[in-house]
Design a protein around this ligand. Sequence first.
Ligand code: HEC
Length: 105
Amino acid sequence: MRKINWFFGILLLAIISFAPVKAEVDLKQGKKLHDAKCMFCHKPDSPTFYTRKNRDIKSYDSLKTRVETCANRLKIPWFPDEEVTDVTAYMNAEFYKFKKEAAKK
Ligand code: HEC
């Protein structure tokens, strides 16, 4: 019985210590994906499309939705929890700079 408890203890520890790593966003990966797939329509040079005054996107959530929409339109198979999250985080860090939600994810 003691052995089993040890086993589950260590297993639990492993899960707890690995979980945050998996949930972390990868800005570099986001930039890489964005630059590879999105640049031919959205060239982030001046005048910048993403940072223009009358841009559509007003929140982190709608940014994420738009990333997903643009990817879907282009038939790019990105997962919401992985590529879409990374690209959204990158775009937010680089262009949109929404505060609260950026800290959350
Ligand atoms: C075929 C051209 C094209 C490609 C490639 C493209 N988009 Fe777009 N995107 C558009 C157009 C056109 C708009 C503006 C009109 C609209 O909202 O549909 C837009 C708007 C956006 C906006 C909103 C900009 C604003 O006003 O703040 C975001 C964010 C965005 N795209 C993200 C992406 C991402 C991420 C990718 C790569 C997966 C991507 N787009 C690839 C054509 C494209």
